[in-house]
Write a protein of this length. Structure first.
Length: 154
């Protein structure tokens, strides 16, 4: 499948528009499991090797096919600020039905922080209001990961 990484820009009327940053080829057709998502992010974007925290957003169809990928936030070695508005603008622009949020912990410890828990709770609430299904929030470490869907959402 072709995977497109997007960014956003303002057009001449100051409207937010999608801009293709780069396209990748990837063998999997669907990201329908946590392991597949982690492998996808590590192989295409080396997320498990990033020195600072990055938050990636994966916009998905109803059948879990990738509509687009965004590196939405970039922080320091142990912190990254996340804003719901920026996430949902991108999801709406891509026509998402589902989405997955992923971020890395450069320390390798994938234990969620209080901030990680709070962000996840806020995104769950927003997703219910807007009607775009929040599939998972995944934290990626060196050689491990934490899935909110597997550990918390149940």
């Amino acid at each position: 499948m072709k995977v497109t990484k997007y960014t956003t820009e303002l057009d001449q009327n100051k409207h937010v528009v999608l801009v293709e940053e780069k396209s990748y080829s990837y063998n999997e057709e669907m990201l329908d499991g946590t392991g597949k998502v982690v492998l996808f992010l590590n192989s295409l974007f080396t997320m498990n090797k990033m020195a600072e925290e990055h938050v990636f957003l994966i916009s998905l169809t109803a059948k879990m096919k990738v509509l687009g990928v965004f590196d939405v936030f970039h922080g320091a070695a142990n912190y990254c600020n996340v804003n719901e508005r920026e996430i949902f603008i991108r999801l709406l622009l891509t026509g998402a039905v589902n989405f997955i949020l992923c971020h890395n912990h450069p320390s390798g410890d994938v234990t969620p922080s209080k901030l990680d828990m709070s962000v996840t709770d806020r995104l769950m609430e927003c997703s219910r209001l807007i009607g775009i299904q929040f599939i998972d929030h995944i934290i990626i470490g060196d050689n491990n990961f934490f899935s909110f869907r597997e550990k918390i959402f149940k």
